[in-house]
Design a protein around this ligand. Sequence first.
Ligand SMILES: Nc1ncnc2c1ncn2[C@@H]1O[C@H](COP(=O)(O)OP(=O)(O)OP(=O)(O)O)[C@@H](O)[C@H]1O
Length: 276
Amino acid sequence: MVVTPADNKQAHELPKVMIKVRHLANRFGSHSVHENLDLDIYQGEIMGVVGGSGTGKSVLLRSIVGLLQPNEGQVEVFGQDFLTLSDREREPLQARMGVLFQKGALYSSLTLTENVALALIEQAGLARGQAQYLAKLKLALVGLPSSAANKYPSELSGGMIKRAALARALALDPDILFLDEPTAGLDPISAAAFDRLLLTLRDALNLTVFLVTHDLDTLYACCDRVAVLSQKRVLVVDKLPQVADFDDAWIQDYFHGPRGRAAQQTASLAAQAHTS
Ligand SMILES: Nc1ncnc2c1ncn2[C@@H]1O[C@H](COP(=O)(O)OP(=O)(O)OP(=O)(O)O)[C@@H](O)[C@H]1O
């Protein structure tokens, strides 16, 4: 059973913090992207990270997973001060984090099985045969038919490629999954199917999910809480209705513009259908 922050509160227990970011600053030359950014992510939650283009959502993701050294601040993951660890100390923790990058980036010259197996060979040191066997299980886990396993990315639809990239992110059985725009470029039906898959996997695998998205339907369908990046920091982090009520021009446009209203209506209809 997944223990959500809400369940934990009911049990009068504090939720376990999986990612703790404090006073983070990221600057590129004279361009300051983050200053004094704080964020906590709890075990088992899906945290949606939104914000205008260029507000630093991907930079935040890269700072947390250790691909970018911030200029200032602390990043604790699994209770460990990530930025002060040596590469050797950090590697086993990084193996517990799966990442699906914005551009999906599967190797075009490898089949789906080979793409997923590569992570198991390179990062877990598995023999090729074992890695390919496990890779096929991961592809099945994300709902790909066995006939897709030996295909190349160019032979597949966008939705199938996203699923394969997700299988690769899950290759090492991570505790935290980072997704950068996983539904970008998908048609609405494939995007909704991806959202359902994410919820199922979160529950089945007890994942904590850091989800960068512009997709309002995904926010309504999947996220336990939402963090809005603006003004170089997390302007607000809360459950979606509270965030949508926050007094800020970008937030009001985003959540209460035509697309925001449509996403909210879809979510209410889905909730009604679920309860009737
Ligand atoms: N390696 C880098 N060198 C210089 N500038 C960078 C680098 N990486 C990111 N930036 C800049 O940091 C800012 C934030 O980039 P980031 O990709 O995190 O934005 P984002 O919020 O994810 O945007 P989008 O929603 O458009 O994907 C941008 O202005 C970008 O140009």
